[in-house]
Design a protein around this ligand. Structure first.
Ligand SMILES: Nc1nc2c(ncn2[C@@H]2O[C@H](COP(=O)(O)OP(=O)(O)O)[C@@H](O)[C@H]2O)c(=O)[nH]1
Ligand SMILES: [Mg+2]
Length: 340
């Protein structure tokens, strides 16, 4: 079994040595452990440092593309390099490399597709009270949206089986953590979690400017991803208040009308009620359209899975190489024949 530990980095020369130092050299049941640094256009020489420190694979984005893209670049590279298990950890030394053997255990033993390192947010000393509450509420929303029971949704310390890595694909530019979880939950992958301690903070988080921007971006990712997977439910929830309010107004009118009372007073509510019912109905129709789009997405996901499986299959690379060699030999033989 081959494990590749990937570390997306943006200007991490100060902490990368400590991160690498902590990584395990041997894990029972794992034959090979390799490291991969994805340098997302750093300006401090992170890629060079990584290569100098003996990182097995270094990929460099020419410009800065963001963490979600860097993560996906890493996963695709790991698949091509033949990883059976992929671990992601951060370059700021937030997560303990020494916990990796425990993190991958459920995947190695065939009990899970994904394992999330649970920082036990309550116990992180450098998180403010407000940040802890936000993290907890956020994780709860993700649990509901993804039908899973992960305690720490935005944790970047996680392990993926090859199958899970092939199944999941990040499409937003901001955060892979939440999108991957909702995709995984909706596609019924098995997600486990394991408690981890975190290292003392080495520098403030850079990914987002404060709690508010974090909440806004995560909320947008959650709503959009959830809508991709549950369009009809989402649009039915949106349509329901309009539809119900409209029905109440119309019902009241018909009730008064049926009793033979003075209904002229209520004519206005007929107009408003009918409009609300129509609006509710139109929102529902949009939901039907979104549902059709979602069905296409499902097919596209399946295609993507198969294409990526082929694309990262070493046997196919090997075949292509042998074919090339054969072609070369044939050309040589033909040229030789011509000369004679
Ligand atoms: N590729 C990439 N990585 C980033 C970016 N910002 C942060 N990172 C990396 O993502 C990881 C987590 O970033 P960090 O600033 O610690 O955010 P935190 O998750 O809030 O602690 C680290 O390994 C960073 O080097 C970015 O814009 N692009
Ligand atoms: Mg961090």
């Amino acid at each position: 079994m081959k494990l590749i530990i990937q570390i997306p980095c943006l200007n991490e020369t100060a902490t990368l040595p400590a991160v690498l130092e902590d990584l395990p050299a041997h894990i029972p049941g794992i034959d090979t452990i390799e490291t991969l640094v994805i340098d997302d256009g750093s300006t401090d020489g992170t890629a060079k440092l990584a290569a100098g420190l003996g990182v097995d694979h270094v990929i460099r984005h020419r410009g800065h593309k963001g963490l979600a893209t860097a993560f996906q670049t890493g996963v695709d590279a790991c698949l091509k390099l033949g990883a059976d298990i992929i671990v992601n950890t951060d370059g700021d030394h937030q997560y303990p490399g020494t916990a990796i053997p425990r993190l991958i255990e459920p995947i190695r033993d065939g009990r899970a597709d994904i394992v999330i390192g649970d920082r036990q947010v309550d116990q992180v000393d450098h998180f403010s009270g407000r940040k802890k509450v936000l993290q907890k509420v956020g994780s709860w929303v993700v649990r509901v949206a993804s039908d899973t029971d992960v305690p720490d949704a935005p944790s970047g310390f996680r392990a993926y089986s090859r199958e899970a890595a092939l199944r999941l694909y990040v499409t937003n530019d901001f955060s892979y953590t939440v999108e991957n979880l909702i995709q995984a939950g909706k596609r019924r992958l098995t997600i486990a979690h394991t408690p981890i301690d975190t290292n003392p903070q080495t520098r403030p988080p850079r990914l987002h400017k404060g709690n508010w921007s974090f909440v806004k971006q995560q909320a947008s990712t959650i709503v959009r991803t959830f809508t991709y997977y549950e369009p009809l439910r989402t649009f039915s929830y949106l349509a329901a208040p309009f539809f119900l309010a409209g029905l109440v107004l119309l019902g009241r009118f018909f009730y008064v009308y049926a009793l033979g009372n003075a209904y002229q007073r209520l004519l206005q509510s007929v107009t408003i009620g009918a409009s609300l019912v129509v609006i509710g109905f139109l929102i529902f129709v949009v939901g039907l359209l979104a549902d059709a789009v979602a069905n296409h997405r499902r097919l596209t996901e399946e295609l993507l899975y198969r294409v990526r499986s082929i694309d990262s299959d070493e046997r196919i690379d090997d075949l292509a190489r042998r074919l090339e060699a054969l072609e070369r030999e044939l050309t040589l033989a033909r040229d030789g024949n011509k000369d004679r």
